[in-house]
Structures are given as structure tokens and as C-alpha cells.
Design a protein around this ligand. Structure first.
Ligand SMILES: Nc1ncnc2c1ncn2[C@@H]1O[C@H](COP(=O)(O)OP(=O)(O)OP(=O)(O)O)[C@@H](O)[C@H]1O
Length: 574
């Protein structure tokens, strides 16, 4: 327990081995469990983080079932696994919402407290001996907070060791703790039994807790620094320093005794170990499970799909009305090219914004799961690609089906199908680019700023505004990698080949081939342009894979300390 910024999360991260690795960081110390050195293969550790992150379209039961399939040993049968999931649902009081979707900001799902208990349930699947929970009550109302803490207390009674950080709990929650560590500005103020013994300790130091005051509030008051005035700051800081000093003195005299009693308290757990040697399941099974999840997530996301469908239909109607039934006059040549460019831009932008809007959030969940070694990156990306094909293809198809007849594009049926095929491949390429942006950008906001900026460059070199033959040598690589350019080129070839235009002057364009010649597209073919588009798609996918692989969450190693030091974190100057 301690005020905000006192180092609670950092301490939990260190103890749980979850401190993000950095070359500027050096972590030294010894980690003991019941007086014996911590061995990761013997002691299973779970970590419930502050933010609850899930796939929003899955129900509580589906979320837990998937976690159990990915994490439980292969020796369990399907029925045993489901029984185990039911057991956890029951223990965590999630039975009533088992078939409710988790939900998100767009669609209301389970409550905040239920989300927190689901986070705990997901961690409990692996049957950990130690459960760390970082501020599990933050953001919850009093009732929900009480229920979450009750759940954690039951787990402790069940034989799990629960270590949890908390800001300033109400009295009934404080009463649930057996032991207490008080932290202030990264220093220990107290570590020992909670309850009366903690109060007695502070009374002996001249800080008695007034009657009828919540001990947690009392502790928060005496260990906080008051910055309201220089005088108050000096006074409260001096008090804190004297408390830290007093505890250091007590600790140095008692450290041997504590160590001894910790060794004695090593008891057999009442909990049945469900995991008999955890081994990651095979590639195909991971793929199958993740494919199902990706499919459910993509198809059930009604609000997003509705918005995308509305956008596709309305933009097709708007462009179709602007370019209504283009004829075969000379002026219609420019109109056709303009429309094809607009169609290429619109398709790419719709696919890109959808991906960059969703992927950074999804990446956080995936990073956590990968940190637990639940699955490999390959099956995840591949399953995502396959599951999203039908949903993602339907929007460019909607767009094309409405726009094509409205605008009076090339009236050969085969050309219509090719038009839809080209914009669908382009949408996938833009989506793959969105994955790369989402893999680089730390937040959705950053991805939303970065993605369209890169796309703007590809639009400028998209074949319509700058003729590829007039492109300065230094920029000539850009049209070659622009997904807009290849889509536009393929669309133009599909549209203009075989068309005849009305002409009056000798300098007028008579055939579609002549129009293509002016765009410098005359010598190429649709096949070649589509092949280039597929290469770009593959490039963005491979780049996303490489970036995600490189950014695999890594945690700081705990090194042996120099003699006479406890756990210590040093931020090294560059
Ligand atoms: N022992 C320490 N000594 C010095 N600095 C520390 C120590 N522990 C943590 N810090 C630094 O203090 C800052 C706050 O730490 P942390 O986020 O762990 O606090 P917190 O108590 O969890 O805060 P909150 O309640 O707001 O989540 C971080 O920048 C962290 O690097």
C-alpha cells in the first residue's frame, strides 16, 4: 500500500519478473519464496495487471475456454477442461455472466468488476502458486471492489499466495489483508503483519491511529508528503524520513528472524495442481483456436461492421452520383481516370483506418498472451489474415457493386468482376500496411496519425497526379511501392482497354489504349499490376511479422547483487 507514485507497480513488476527489459536498466537482488531461492519452473506466478484487456466480442466462457485450451496440459480431455473452466467460473462468481460478451467502449458487456474477476480467472487457469494483482480495485465502485477483494481473499484461503498493491482501501477491504508493506517514494515504511500489529508499531513511534479511523487512511496520511506549502512539505517529509529510518533500523535487527520464520512457514498447498508440466500446444492447434477467435471477433463486431458497410455504401452512392453515367465524350476520359483514382484512394483509406484503429489495442492483448508463451506469432498472424478475408472483402465488393453501374464504367461483365477483384486485393494490401503501422505505433492515436501520412505519399505517387515518367529520379522508388499506383494502374487497364471515345479533332483520343498511353500504362498488363500489388501485400505482412517478432515482450533479468544489497533498480545514464 502506498500513495500514487510510491513504487507499488514497480515493486510488483520486479517480484513477478515482469519489469520491461531495457539496456539502461540494471536489476540486482535476491528473490526468495518461503525462504528458498525463487525458481521459475517450480513456482508458477500469475500477474493480474491494472488494465483488463480482452477480445471484446468473446463471451466470458469463450475467453476462459480459449485460455484453458492454450495453457492447460494436453493430458486433459475436453470434458475435463470444460469442467475446470466451469469450476473457475463458479469460484470467481462469473457464472451469471458466463455467456455475456466481454464488450468494449462501443458495446456494453460485463461490468468493470466482472472484467477484473475475468482477468483473475484467466490467470488462475495456469494454477499459479503466487498471484500478483496490481491495484485490482482501481476504477471500481465500492461494491465491485469489495467483491474483487473477496475473490482474492478466497483464493488466498484456497492456498494461493496473493500479493496485491492497493492505493487506499476502505476499512472492510483493509481488514482482508494478512500482511502489509507500506511504500512511500520508493522506500519501505513498514513490512509486517497488517491489523493491530501494524497500528501498534506506529503507536510506538509516536503516531497513534485515532479511534474510528480507517487504518488504511491513517497510514496514507502519515506516509504522504504534503506539497501544499513549503512548510508543510518540510514537516511531512521529515516525518516520512524518520519513519523510513526507524523501519530500516527495525529491519536490520529483525532480518535474520524474518528469514527463519519464512523458511518454517513453507507448507503444502491445499490447491490441486492441474498443470502437469506446461508445454505449448502444436502450431496447427494454435492456428485453429486463434482462427476461431479471430473469426468470432471479426464477425460479431456489429457496430464496426455496420459503420464500415454504411461508409462503403454511402461513398459509392456519392461517387456514383458525382460521376453519374459517364458517357464516351472526350471529357469522360478525365472523369473516368478521376473516378478510378478516387475509388483506389477510398478503398485503401477505409481498409487502413479500420486496421490502425483496431490493431494497436489488439496488439496489447496479444503481447500479454505471448509474454505468457501461450502461442507463437506465426499462427496468430496467419489466423488473423484468413479469418478477416470474408469480412474485409465484403466492403470493397459492396462499394464496387453500387458504384460500377451508377458511374457507367466499362459495360462488360468480366470487367466488373475484375474491378471488384482489384479493389479487394488493394484493400488487403492497405490492411497489411495498417498492421505494420499498428506494430510500430505505441498507441491507436499515434497509428491514426502515422498511417494516413504514409498513405498520402502513396496517393501523390498514385499514377494520377504525377506521371511515372516525370517522377524525379530520387522519388522513382515510391510509385513502385505505392499500393494506390498499382491498384489505379490495374483499374485503368481494366477500364480503358477496348473502349472507343467520340472524337471530332485529329488530336482527340479515339481509343482507350491511347488514353492508357498518355498515362504511361500502355505497355503493362492487369496481371503484372496485380502481381505487384500482391508483392506489396506480402511485403507489409512480412514487415509486420518481423516488427512484432522484434518487439516480443522481454523482461529484465534479476542479477546477483553486490554483497550487502537488497533488490535494487538503477537507471543508468546513457
Ligand atoms: N524504489 C524506487 N526508487 C526510486 N524510484 C522508484 C522506485 N520504485 C519506483 N520508482 C519510480 O517511481 C515512479 C512511480 O512508480 P510506480 O508506477 O511503480 O508507482 P505506483 O505506486 O504504482 O503508482 P500508481 O499508484 O500511480 O500506479 C516510476 O517512475 C518508477 O520508476
Amino acid at each position: 500500500m502506498g500513495p500514487s507514485g510510491s513504487g507499488k507497480t514497480t515493486l510488483l513488476n520486479v517480484l513477478a519478473g515482469q519489469l520491461s527489459a531495457s539496456s539502461r536498466l540494471k536489476l540486482t537482488g535476491h528473490l526468495y519464496v518461503n525462504g528458498k531461492p525463487f525458481v521459475s519452473s517450480t513456482h508458477k506466478v500469475a500477474y493480474v495487471r491494472q488494465e483488463d484487456l480482452f477480445f471484446s466480442q468473446l463471451t466470458v466462457r469463450e475467453t476462459l475456454s480459449l485460455a484453458s485450451e492454450l495453457q492447460l496440459s494436453n493430458s486433459l480431455t475436453h470434458d475435463e477442461r470444460m469442467q475446470y473452466v466451469d469450476d473457475i467460473l463458479y469460484r470467481l462468481g462469473l457464472v451469471s455472466c458466463a455467456d455475456t460478451r466481454v464488450g468494449d467502449a462501443k458495446v456494453r458487456g460485463i461490468s468493470g468488476g466482472e472484467k477484473k474477476r475475468l482477468s483473475i480467472a484467466c490467470e488462475l487457469i495456469a494454477s499459479p502458486s503466487v498471484i500478483f494483482a496490481d491495484e485490482p480495485t482501481t476504477g471500481l465502485d465500492a461494491f465491485q471492489a469489495e467483491r474483487v477483494m473477496e475473490t482474492l481473499q478466497n483464493l488466498a484461503v484456497d492456498g494461493h499466495t496473493v500479493i496485491c498493491s492497493i492505493h487506499q482501501p476502505r476499512g472492510s477491504i483493509y481488514a482482508k489483508f494478512d500482511d502489509l508493506i507500506l511504500l512511500a517514494e520508493g522506500s519501505l515504511v513498514y513490512a509486517g503483519p497488517a491489523g493491530d500489529q501494524a497500528l501498534t508499531y506506529f503507536t510506538e513511534l509516536g503516531h497513534p491511529c485515532p479511534q474510528h479511523v480507517n487504518p488504511a487512511e491513517f497510514f496514507a496520511d502519515i506516509i504522504s508528503v504534503d506539497y501544499s506549502s513549503p512548510d508543510n512539505e518540510a514537516k511531512t517529509r521529515a516525518r516520512l524520513e524518520s519513519l523510513v529510518e526507524a523501519f530500516n533500523k527495525k529491519r536490520s535487527t529483525e532480518s535474520d528472524k524474518v528469514h527463519e520464520s519464512a523458511s518454517k512457514s513453507t507448507q503444502g498447498s491445499t490447491r490441486k495442481a492441474v498443470l502437469a508440466g506446461r508445454k505449448r500446444i502444436g502450431w496447427w492447434k494454435q492456428f485453429r483456436l486463434l482462427l476461431r477467435r479471430a473469426w468470432l471477433q471479426a464477425t460479431r463486431d456489429g457496430p464496426t461492421n455496420k459503420v464500415r458497410a454504411n461508409m462503403s455504401i454511402s461513398s459509392a452512392i456519392i461517387f456514383g452520383s458525382i460521376f453519374w453515367r459517364m458517357g464516351f465524350l472526350q471529357t469522360a476520359i478525365q472523369d473516368r481516370m478521376g473516378l478510378l483514382q478516387v475509388a483506389a484512394i477510398n478503398t485503401a483509406m477505409a481498409a487502413l483506418t479500420k486496421t490502425v484503429n483496431i490493431f494497436p489495442k489488439e496488439r496489447q492483448v496479444v503481447d500479454r498472451e505471448r509474454a505468457k508463451d501461450s502461442y507463437a506469432l506465426g499462427p496468430y498472424l496467419f489466423s488473423k489474415l484468413i479469418a478477416e478475408i470474408p469480412v474485409s472483402a465484403s466492403f470493397p465488393l459492396m462499394f464496387g457493386t453500387i458504384l460500377y453501374p451508377m458511374a457507367g464504367l466499362n459495360p462488360v461483365l468480366n470487367r466488373f468482376f475484375q474491378f471488384c477483384g482489384i479493389i479487394t486485393v488493394e484493400a488487403f494490401a492497405a490492411s497489411a500496411m495498417g498492421l505494420t503501422v499498428g506494430a510500430i505505433a505505441p498507441t491507436t492515436e499515434a497509428a491514426m496519425a502515422l498511417g494516413p501520412s504514409i498513405m498520402t505519399v502513396f496517393i501523390v505517387f498514385g499514377g494520377y497526379y504525377v506521371n511515372s515518367e516525370n517522377t524525379p529520379a530520387v522519388f522513382q522508388w515510391i510509385p513502385r511501392v505505392s499500393l494506390i499506383r498499382w491498384a489505379f494502374q490495374a483499374l485503368c487497364l481494366n477500364e480503358f482497354r477496348g473502349l472507343k471515345f467520340e472524337h471530332q479533332h485529329t488530336y482527340d483520343i479515339e481509343t482507350g489504349e491511347q488514353a492508357l498511353e498518355r498515362m504511361s500504362f500502355g505497355k503493362s498488363s492487369i496481371k503484372e499490376a496485380l502481381l505487384e500489388e500482391c508483392r506489396i501485400l506480402l511485403f507489409w505482412y512480412c514487415l509486420s511479422y518481423t516488427l512484432l517478432k522484434r518487439n516480443t515482450p522481454r523482461f529484465q533479468k534479476l542479477d546477483a547483487p553486490c554483497p550487502n544489497t537488497s533488490v535494487k533498480i538503477e537507471e543508468m545514464n546513457e
